[in-house]
Ligand binder design. Structure first.
Ligand SMILES: Nc1ncnc2c1ncn2[C@@H]1O[C@H](COP(=O)(O)OP(=O)(O)OP(=O)(O)O)[C@@H](O)[C@H]1O
Ligand SMILES: [Mg+2]
Length: 437
């Protein structure tokens, strides 16, 4: 593997044949998925919530009946106004000092490390429901960089995920880079040998690999020569949501609002409130008290009333979800989308226009596209030597991203991938190839 590859993704050989079932787990910032291949069978995405083969990476601690919920169920209880705590974007905390912080839930204090463990254990038991046995081995996906430009914290992030998987009951744990997993999944369907730039634009990171794929190569035991380069940057859909939130919603709560002395309201609370993995911290009793003390910084007290209502009623995730839905709808339909803020003040709303998507996300998207070019450069190739660009990850559907990529890689065919299941499927392929199942 060439420059840009992260460590700790090498095969451990076929020494684990007696370990019981092995699965691939894509623990995503926004959505997680589990796939199973067995020793020789085809890859199977496992249903995780009803028929759905994804489980939103969300945990809700219901303090009304002291129960814990996961996925869509967790989000819908929160949105229904049930008393409790919602946790999202847990993966963004890996490698940060917040991982070992504790938070109060109905059954006492839990650390974020514990919450990741509980989530992985839930995935394992839902997989067990379909496989008839609890998976003992797992190939976990990991982004090219959990943390940009900080190898020590990057290692800590992988260690934290490994430790959580172990505590969740997995006895044998290996890693594979997410874009390489996506490439192996895509390879199941290629009909001729080709050089492909695989782009996985998710909720937390954008990851790339340039690979040589082909029907004759699928069975090769050692693919190191076929992986020409990897690159990754810590920018994804949750960052897009944060930016749109800061531009279109937070000003209605006081961001950039001038107080009586002509000074702007301090911005930290708005930053935390619009950052998926920090929303929880913006709504702790201490943070709410601090926000209450900002009142003298406001000229228009209505804006402060909105902020306090949002914080006291823990509506931060609701705003983030509204912004995310508007982003997806606005992008899919290329039309203005409403952001309902009635819960902050009767009748309040904001509008996200298609030009907001391109203007406010321009800088982040340029960095993502630059990272794609970096991958091709590391592979020692010119863009015209690519046979195609394979698109996966939910954020790869974002209209301004598609435009920016098509413009910057003019003439290279785009290949539409499985946006949400490809990585898990490729991780299950990896488990099979490494002889874990
Ligand atoms: N049609 C769409 N247009 C734009 N963005 C979308 C669309 N559908 C989903 N998204 C975004 O895709 C992201 C989730 O994608 P995905 O499930 O691939 O991420 P993930 O695997 O959880 O994250 P990561 O791989 O970065 O850890 C979210 O930010 C979501 O808002
Ligand atoms: Mg992903």
């Amino acid at each position: 593997m060439r420059a840009g590859a992260a460590p700790a993704v090498m095969s451990q050989g076929a020494a684990h044949k007696t370990m019981g079932a092995a699965v691939g787990i894509d623990f995503g910032t926004s959505n997680s998925a589990v796939a199973f291949a067995g020793p020789s069978g085809p890859v199977r995405a496992l249903p995780l919530e009803g028929d759905a083969t994804t489980l939103p990476t969300a945990v809700f601690f219901n303090s009304e009946d002291r129960s814990t919920h996961f996925g869509r169920d967790a989000v819908s209880l929160y949105l229904a106004g049930v008393e409790g705590r919602l946790m999202r974007s847990l993966k963004s905390l890996l490698g940060s000092s917040l991982m070992n912080e504790t938070t109060a839930v109905y059954d006492g204090l839990v650390s974020f490390q514990d919450i990741v463990t509980r989530f992985l254990a839930e995935l394992a038991s839902r997989a067990e429901g379909h496989l008839g046995q609890r998976p003992a081995s797992v190939v976990l996906g990991r982004p090219v960089h959990f943390v940009d430009d900080d190898p020590k914290r990057d290692r800590q992030a992988e260690d934290a995920l490994r430790q959580a998987a172990r505590a969740a009951g997995f006895r044998h744990i290996e890693f594979q880079l997410e874009p390489i997993a996506a490439a192996f999944d895509h390879e199941q369907r290629v009909t001729r040998e080709s050089l492909v730039l695989v782009t996985d634009i998710g909720g937390g990171t954008s990851d790339f690999t340039v690979v040589r794929l082909g029907p004759e190569r699928v069975a090769l035991a050692d693919r190191a020569q076929d992986i020409l380069a990897t690159s990754g940057v810590h920018i994804g859909g949750t960052d897009f949501d944060q930016r749109l939130n800061l531009e279109c919603v937070m000003p209605l709560l006081g961001l950039r609002h001038q107080g009586p002395q002509g000074r702007e309201v301090p911005s930290k609370v708005f930053f935390d409130l619009s950052t998926w993995h920090l929303i929880h911290w913006a709504q702790t009793p201490k943070a709410v008290r601090e926000a209450n003390e900002l009142r003298s910084n406001y000229t228009d007290l209505r804006l402060h009333d909105r902020l306090m209502r949002v914080l006291r009623e823990a509506q931060g995730h609701r705003i983030a979800s509204e912004v995310e839905q508007a982003k997806i709808l606005g992008s899919n339909q290329d039309a203005p989308a409403a952001i309902d803020l009635d819960f902050a003040e009767k009748g309040l709303s904001a509008t996200l226009r298609p030009e907001d998507l391109s203007t406010h996300l321009d800088e982040a998207l340029s960095r993502v596209v630059a990272c794609a070019h970096e991958c091709v450069r590391r592979a020692g190739l010119h863009t015209r030597q690519l046979d195609g660009i394979y698109l996966t990850g939910g954020s790869s559907a974002l209209r301004p991203f598609r435009h920016a990529l098509a413009h910057s890689f003019a003439g290279v065919p785009m290949i539409e991938g499985d946006l949400f299941g490809g990585v898990a499927a490729g991780l299950a392929c990896t488990a099979q190839r490494r002889g874990l199942a």
